[in-house]
Structures are given as structure tokens and as C-alpha cells.
Design a binder for this molecule. Structure first.
Ligand SMILES: Cc1cc2nc3c(=O)[nH]c(=O)nc-3n(C[C@H](O)[C@H](O)[C@H](O)COP(=O)(O)OP(=O)(O)OC[C@H]3O[C@@H](n4cnc5c(N)ncnc54)[C@H](O)[C@@H]3O)c2cc1C
Length: 365
């Protein structure tokens, strides 16, 4: 058993622990709380928090170092977040796993092969260690840490002695982009990711263009919501959502039925996808400079009121996303948890700006 502990001076530890416990319950932790103490158990680690006039004492125990560090990070980051009175907290962990470490969900990936699937889609095969947590149809996407060209070993994301992320020099940080795991064999330590090669290439597309066997990148996650069980499926995607659709179609039961509509630049961008016989795959072609027709295709679909329960999964550029989400809310209002519609990129915006706008919109809603 690994153990680490910290003493944190806090003016109002009770309110911080209350907020922390409520938040951890949302993350499916088991929480037992009583006067002056709380115990939080999650993913192989347990945190015992006791508090009083002297502040907060935290003891974290786990069978594995990676679980210990993940819980230590969860406690430290949320204490800082919920103590939000602007004061600088001093946190110093002692015991096992002390000292700087990589983020708990961070893995290195090494390029083993690069495959040209179509003129604008590159499949990159990677090898990595300890990939079990990424092998899930519930959470399909990951954050990739892509070294800038010419800096193969950037400042990777680290946790410091306080258990919190270290602020690395801006010029040495890898770029972070979201991508979908197209296929994974955790036992063999391999996975593949399909990258769209697009104009105005940012770090993601540029990396895919130059990747060579032996190159190293980072990965963290996984995240998002994935496949649900349903009576009938409808998938809508552009090229960026195609890797997720391909993975989900291959994982559906043989008797699944439904429709997948995928929009790509032209016939040369179509791919052969494994799918159940009862699943129709329809390709739309969008020539450069013309608007997407995905929203139009969605609006033309019929949704019989007494049909089987349908699951709608959609991912594409922001403008189509807005229109499809509005239509889905109107037509499928009663089944809000039966659809997942996500904006995967935004025309004219790099990912950082797109994500910042998404967060601001979610906050304002
Ligand atoms: C959950 C999730 C999963 C994703 N999975 C995948 C995946 O598996 N494969 C994949 O290829 N993409 C995927 N994406 C989309 C990908 O993250 C974005 O396309 C991202 O912007 C690419 O980063 P970049 O560095 O190439 O370009 P950025 O630096 O982000 O953007 C630079 C410029 O390129 C434009 N641009 C970005 N993407 C495209 C595009 N596809 N076509 C045309 N112009 C574009 C931007 O509008 C901007 O003007 C996913 C996105 C999300 C949110």
C-alpha cells in the first residue's frame, strides 16, 4: 500500500471539504462524511480528510502509485479551486510518490507506422504502455500533446510537489488537440488515430503530415460520451467525426439497424467501414467552398413518433452543429439523453479559441 499525506492551512476547511465531497460524488466517488472528517474512495484510492482550527489534513492511500497520484491531484486541485479567496495555498505532500511526476492519465505514444487512408486522411499507428483505461466505447476521445516542429522533447505536463500542474514555459509547451481513438488493442499496447489533413494546418494536421516512425507524442484522457444501446441508430458526421463513427459502427451488435450519413470532400475521401448489415451508410460530397449539407440531410430525416427508441450521434463543424442541435431539441425534445451532438471544430478558429468560446457559451446558458 502506498501512502502520502499533506497538512494544508485553510481559513474555512469545512466549506472546502463540503464542496469537494459534493464534486467528487458527481465523479462517481464514494463519500462518507461526518463532523470534522470525510472519506473519499475512487478508482483504487482512498483519501481521508480531517479538519479543524489548524486547517485540513489529507491522507491518501492506494495500492498503485498511479492511483495515489490521481487522488492526490484530485484533492489538491479541488482544494485550491474551492478555497477560491485568491490566497496562495501552500501544499506539500510527504510520503510515497513525492516529487514531480507526469499527470496520472498521461501516456507517451510512439509512432510505429503512418498509413495514407485517402488523400486527406492519415492513419497513424502508435505504441504505448498501460493503455487499459483508454479502451472504452464510453469515452472515445483523447487529448494529444503534440511537440512543436523542431522540439521533439517539449516540456511535458507535470505535477509538482504540491500535486498541482506545473506551469511550463509557453515556448516549450506541446500543443494540445482532441482526437478520437479509431482502434485500440490495450493488451498489445497499440492504438491508431485518423487525422484529417486540412488547409490552414494547425499543430494537429501539421503533425500528421510530418509524422515518422519513432516520433513521440503525449496522450491524456479519455473523455466524452460514446455509444448507447438503442433500437435504432442515426449517425451524422463530417470527416473529423468519421473516425468515431467508424469505431462505433464496428462495435455495434450484428442485428443493429440505422443510418450513418458522413460528409467528405469527394468520392476519393470515402472509406470502407465495417458495419452491421442493417445499418445503411450514406456518403455526402461537399466540394471546397460550398456549405455543408449535413444539417439539410438531418432535417430531411423522418422520425416516426411510435418508432423504436433512436440514438442520434452527431459531430461536425460548428455551423452545422448549431443547426442540427437546434433541430434535434425541437424534434426529439422528450429524449434529451438520447442524442449527443458535438461541435468538433470551427471554421476560421484554432482549437484553443473554439474551446474557450464553447466554455463561455456553456457558462452563459
Ligand atoms: C472530441 C473530439 C474528437 C475529435 N476527433 C478527431 C479525429 O479523430 N480526427 C480528426 O481529424 N479531427 C478530430 N477532431 C477535430 C480536431 O480536433 C480539429 O479539427 C482541430 O482543430 C485540428 O487541429 P489543428 O491543429 O489541425 O488545427 P487548429 O490549429 O485547431 O486550426 C487551424 C485552422 O484550421 C481549421 N480547421 C481545423 N480543423 C479543420 C478541418 N477538419 N477541416 C478544415 N479546416 C479545419 C480551423 O478552423 C483553423 O482555421 C476532434 C475534435 C473533438 C472535439
Amino acid at each position: 500500500m502506498f501512502v502520502t499525506r499533506a497538512q494544508i492551512a485553510l481559513p474555512d476547511p469545512a466549506s472546502v471539504v463540503t464542496a469537494l465531497c459534493a464534486h467528487m460524488i458527481e465523479h462517481e466517488a464514494t463519500v462518507e462524511a461526518g463532523p470534522g472528517a470525510a472519506r473519499i474512495t475512487l478508482e483504487g484510492a482512498m483519501a481521508t480528510l480531517t479538519y479543524g482550527a489548524a486547517g485540513l489534513s489529507a491522507v491518501v492511500e492506494a495500492g498503485e502509485l498511479v492511483a495515489l497520484r490521481a487522488m492526490r491531484f484530485a484533492i489538491a486541485s479541488h482544494v485550491v479551486e474551492f478555497a477560491s479567496d485568491g490566497q496562495q495555498l501552500r501544499i506539500r505532500w510527504e510520503g510515497d510518490g513525492a516529487g514531480p511526476s507526469l499527470m496520472p492519465d498521461f501516456r507517451f505514444l510512439t509512432v510505429t507506422a503512418v498509413e495514407r487512408l485517402t488523400p486527406h486522411m492519415r492513419r497513424i499507428h502508435f505504441s504505448g504502455e498501460d493503455l487499459g483505461r483508454y479502451d472504452s466505447l464510453e469515452a472515445l476521445h483523447v487529448r494529444l500533446f503534440l511537440p512543436p516542429a523542431g522540439l521533439p522533447e517539449p516540456a511535458w505536463p507535470m505535477l509538482g510537489e504540491d500535486g498541482l500542474p506545473v506551469v511550463q514555459p509557453a515556448e516549450k509547451r506541446p500543443a494540445i488537440r482532441k482526437y478520437t481513438i479509431r482502434s485500440i488493442d490495450a493488451a498489445a499496447g497499440t492504438l491508431a488515430i485518423d487525422f484529417v489533413l486540412h488547409d490552414d494546418a494547425g499543430p494537429g494536421s501539421a503533425f500528421a503530415n510530418r509524422a515518422q516512425p519513432g516520433n513521440r507524442i503525449g496522450m491524456a484522457g479519455p473523455g466524452g460520451r460514446g455509444l448507447r444501446t438503442a433500437g435504432r441508430y442515426v449517425f451524422l458526421a463530417d470527416a473529423t467525426g468519421l473516425p468515431a463513427v467508424g469505431r462505433m459502427l464496428a462495435a455495434l451488435p450484428a442485428d443493429a439497424t440505422g443510418l450513418a450519413i458522413v460528409e467528405v470532400d469527394g468520392a476519393a475521401e470515402e472509406q470502407a467501414l465495417a458495419a452491421p448489415a442493417g445499418l445503411t451508410l450514406r456518403w455526402l460530397h461537399r466540394s471546397k467552398g460550398t456549405p455543408s449539407r449535413l444539417a439539410e440531410a438531418f432535417e430531411a430525416l423522418e422520425w416516426p413518433a411510435d418508432g423504436p427508441d433512436v440514438y442520434l450521434w452527431a459531430a461536425m463543424e460548428h455551423a452545422s452543429f448549431l443547426r442540427i442541435r437546434a433541430g434535434a431539441r425541437e424534434r426529439l425534445r422528450r429524449d434529451l439523453d438520447r442524442h449527443l451532438i458535438v461541435s468538433y471544430w470551427r471554421d476560421g478558429m484554432a482549437e484553443e479559441q473554439h474551446m474557450a468560446e464553447k466554455k463561455a457559451a456553456a457558462k452563459a446558458a
